[in-house]
Design a protein around this ligand. Structure first.
Ligand SMILES: [Cu+2]
Length: 161
């Protein structure tokens, strides 16, 4: 005669199963939500590619392209390296980020959005709507060398008038 497992063991097994399922789902969502590369580019010839023009480019009202090259150790949006990169957009702007890396793997961690990996040779593209007026401090989420923590991009979303 086999002994029936106690209800406590059954409940613990169910809770473990639920926990593992949630963890797997979270991991899966991260991968699914990281969009595939939009194309490829030669990291040695960025000045002969679309990345020769960096920064915020208005397309239609409240729509922008933000072209950015990550490199050791800053996010290049066409500004001087004296201060961390910073852009300002009005509330309810739609920004299509188009990025690549000049050297090693970096990433953009935009609060409230999935991590955007920035991989040399690959063009990564992601469109984000900035509806809330606030300042986003965006850092690199992949350790990329001794000055990794200096990599910072600020996006200032100003209130609509
Ligand atoms: Cu980094």
């Amino acid at each position: 005669m086999s002994k029936k497992p106690s209800p406590l063991i059954i409940i613990l097994c169910i809770l473990c199963g639920i926990t593992i399922s949630i963890l797997l789902a979270v991991v899966a969502v991260q991968f699914v939500r990281t969009p595939p590369p939009a194309g490829t580019v030669d990291p040695m010839r960025l000045n002969q590619s679309e990345f020769r023009q960096l920064g915020l480019i208005p397309t239609t009202p409240r729509h922008y392209i933000l072209r950015l090259v990550a490199k050791e150790w800053f996010f290049d949006v066409g500004q001087t390296r004296d201060a961390p990169a910073s852009i300002t957009i009005p509330q309810h702007s739609t920004v299509t980020l188009i990025t690549t890396s000049m050297d090693v793997v970096h990433s953009l961690q935009i609060p409230g959005n999935p991590i955007m990996m920035i991989i040399p040779g690959k063009i990564q593209q992601q469109t984000i709507v900035f509806d809330t007026p606030r300042t986003y401090t965006i850092v690199c989420g992949v350790y990329c060398g001794p000055k990794h923590t200096q990599m910072q991009l600020t996006i200032v979303v100003t209130p609509a008038k």
